[in-house]
Design a protein around this ligand. Structure first.
Ligand code: CYT
Length: 273
């Protein structure tokens, strides 16, 4: 059986044959945030179903395709839809496309997500720069035999979210007058939203926002030495913060509302990465 490395190489070779050039940056778009990809110039669309060995996206609000295009002359690949642990994939499968990106020659990554706000300073519609994360998925995408061609057995996670990328994001947000909060993102397996008791626990752990993605991708990216910028869109307040149930349609709706700011910030940051 082929190993992950060989499969990723096949997928990377396929993409290379489809794309105008090797993208400099990969952007992963969270629930409701897919519209950014439609603002890229001279876009080339590649359906996930065409990419060898890639899983297919099953979540409403995720298209399941990659859009490769240009932001102010810089070649960017944007994933409209990611793969989640709760969909039933292993974390190795869910993060496979990052192995592909690395073998294609991409070294820079922007991970975005829809998240629930825990910290009282966060409101729906806020953008939050991810300073650090807490892995509460009770699983790690690097579990199992390590392939040294990708990275070391025990990768360092001290500065998982690149300090200079964070500085760029803060500077560009300030310059554009876009409010940008910052904090720690905690990832749970999902797909059920958290209980109020879980949210109290996660708050006590030191997290400011909660979601069901991003952490496995950051781990895999750092394993390969890719530099990571993470941005959460706060789509709702986490359970128990308000006495109001959470639903996926609200999450998608808020994503649409912040799309203009979000897109503007991403282009500004990409220019300087
Ligand atoms: N919201 C969200 N938890 C939430 O409350 N988007 C993910 C997880």
């Amino acid at each position: 059986m082929k190993d992950t490395y060989e499969k990723a190489l096949e997928a990377a070779q396929f993409l290379q044959s489809k794309l105008p050039e090797v993208p400099e940056i990969l952007v992963v778009l969270g629930s409701g945030l897919g519209a950014f990809a439609d603002t890229l110039e001279h876009p080339v669309h590649v359906d996930y179903r065409l990419i060898p060995h890639l899983p297919t996206s099953t979540v409403v609000g995720h298209y399941g395709r990659q859009v490769c295009g240009y932001s102010d002359g810089k070649c960017v690949a944007a994933m409209q839809g990611r793969f989640h642990f709760y969909e039933g994939y292993t974390l190795q499968q869910a993060t496979f496309y990052l192995r592909v990106a690395k073998l294609l020659g991409i070294e820079k990554l922007i991970l975005t997500n829809a998240a629930g706000g825990i910290d009282p300073s966060l409101a729906p519609g806020d953008l939050m720069l991810i300073e650090d994360h807490i892995n509460l998925m009770a699983a790690n995408p690097l579990q199992g035999l390590n392939d040294e061609r990708f990275g070391p057995r025990f990768p360092d996670m001290t500065e998982a979210y690149d300090p200079s990328y964070r500085a760029i994001a803060r500077e560009e947000a300030a310059r554009l007058g876009i409010p940008l909060k910052s904090g720690v993102y905690a990832a749970l397996l999902g797909p059920s939203y958290e209980t109020p008791a879980e949210i109290r626990m996660i708050r006590a752990f030191g997290a400011h926002a909660v979601g069901m993605s991003t952490v496995p991708e950051t781990i895999v990216a750092r394993h390969m030495g890719m530099r990571v910028l993470g941005i959460s869109c706060i789509t709702n307040l986490a359970a128990g913060v308000l006495e109001r149930p959470i639903n996926h349609d609200d999450v998608l709706e808020v994503g649409k509302q912040v799309a203009a700011h979000f897109t503007q910030l991403l282009h500004a940051v990409i220019r300087r990465m």
